[in-house]
Design a binder for this molecule. Structure first.
Ligand code: SF4
Length: 439
């Protein structure tokens, strides 16, 4: 069975798809491979490869982590037409299968993938049974638990652009936290309309959010605690090696600092040689644990392991936008965090990495629906005065994305229902920059 997923072609692993393929093969006796499809892929060549691969095989095919890509949805449609049984897993599987509410009265809204997907499964792959693969239809939901199946076969991952290429993974992923603790933070924020609607009679609206308002993890997954420590160590032990050491890996946990000391000690105790741990981290974790971080870095230096803050969720350098994002931090918090990192970098130059020129790519969302000249000026001057362009500002910002099932999707639908204005849809995304205005 093939599991198709979005991929950039970079040599990084894809934890969810790898675990699912390994589970299918080891627990359900369904030999499976992961194929990451690059954005510029040749559909013709891919369909030819699928034909050859499935010669004499049961025609079951899976998609995961669509990443809003319409080309992958079109591919699923074509394969279904060609007689395949199609399965969808990964983030937002249930919501993408079901689509937006109110599509009868608002036919421009995303209608979901019911017509092209036979079965969508939400949650971990653990609950799946062989017969589900062949017969079950609609949404199939499994709950998250701490002792997940997390085995990974590192030899069955490929990418496809115009031909199938084996992926030599040089950056793995290790799951430490299931979802994000911040996703439990319930808040209500009053949002002004997008600037494209200024001058129209559209008022401010209250929107409810859990976690960051734009986040696709918070609503979909929530938080289900830490993975059991043995399970984390087993994942690290299973990583491929390069030059006698484990390949660098990303620790999936938005609050990783509390686990680092023990992880470094236990891997050392188990004779596992680490090279580098990449962290995706919130600003408040660094600010609240600056002294713990100093101890962790001393230990990392002793064991010669690099700790890289690969992606810190700064997201904006304007207090107004951070408030709209429900990010739970201020520009002052960011300044404190960067000061800590710069100070620790002076002390641990070879074992702490956090700079753009060291490979980090921190969160910076722009454009957003609320950008105006005043906010842009204020943000540029804050960046300049704090010298953030020297180390933490990414080369490119990330445009603000509204997935139809996020809390912001509710906001857009509220504007649509109360004003008659509609916004474009592109696959699973809502085009907040593209309103259709009735005169
Ligand atoms: S954006 Fe990050 S910190 Fe915010 S809720 Fe999502 S996972 Fe958590």
């Amino acid at each position: 069975m093939i599991l198709f997923t979005h991929h950039t072609g970079e040599p990084h692993g894809i934890l969810g798809a790898q675990v699912a393929a390994t589970f299918l093969e080891r627990r359900l006796s369904a030999p499976s491979i992961v194929v990451g499809i690059e954005r510029d892929f040749s559909k013709e060549q891919l369909l030819r490869f699928v034909d050859t691969h499935y010669a004499g095989e049961a025609k079951r095919i899976a998609f995961t982590h669509l990443c809003g890509r319409k080309d992958l949805m079109d591919l699923a449609r074509e394969l279904k037409k060609g007689g395949f049984r199609t399965v969808l897993g990964g983030p937002q599987a249930r919501e993408d299968y079901e689509g937006e509410p109110g599509t009868d009265a608002q036919p421009h809204r995303f209608k979901g993938l019911k017509s092209i997907i036979d079965m969508a499964f939400q949650g971990p792959v653990d609950g799946l049974r062989s017969e589900d693969l062949d017969t079950r239809t609609g949404v199939c939901e499994f709950s998250w638990k701490k002792n997940l199946f997390l085995e990974m076969d590192w030899s069955n991952v490929y990418t496809f652009s115009d031909t199938l290429k084996k992926l030599e993974i040089r950056l793995g992923q290790v799951l430490n936290a299931i979802g994000c603790p911040y996703a439990g933070k319930l808040q209500t924020v009053t949002l002004p309309p997008p600037v494209s609607l200024r001058g129209r009679r559209v008022g401010e609206m209250e929107v409810r959010s859990e976690g960051c308002i734009f986040c696709d993890v918070s609503r979909d997954k929530g938080y289900h605690g830490l993975v059991e420590r043995d399970g984390v160590i087993a994942q690290i032990a299973g990583l491929p090696e390069m030059d006698g050491m484990k390949i660098p890996f990303e620790l999936i946990d938005e609050y990783p600092i509390r686990s680092l000391g023990q992880l470094l000690q236990e891997t050392e105790k188990n004779g596992i040689k680490l090279s580098q741990m990449n962290l995706v981290c919130r600003v408040d974790d660094i600010n609240e644990h600056a002294s713990v971080l100093t101890e962790v870095l001393s230990l990392a230096q002793k064991h010669n392991v690099k700790i890289m803050f690969a992606s810190i969720g700064f997201e904006s350098f304007s207090d107004r936008l951070l408030h709209y994002f429900c990010k739970g931090i201020t520009v002052n918090d960011i300044a404190r965090c960067v000061e800590t990192l710069r100070r620790l970098k002076d002390r641990f130059p070879n074992h702490l990495l956090y700079r753009r020129d060291e490979g980090a790519n921190h969160g910076f969302i722009r454009p957003t629906p609320w950008d105006d000249p005043e906010t842009m000026r204020e943000m540029d001057s804050t960046i300049f005065l704090n010298r953030w362009h020297e180390d933490i500002l990414p080369e490119h910002s990330t445009p603000f994305i509204i997935h139809h099932a996020s809390y912001l999707g509710d906001w857009i639908r509220q504007i649509e229902s109360t004003t008659g204005i509609t916004f474009g849809r592109e696959g699973t995304w809502i085009e907040w920059w593209n309103p259709s205005l009735k005169e």
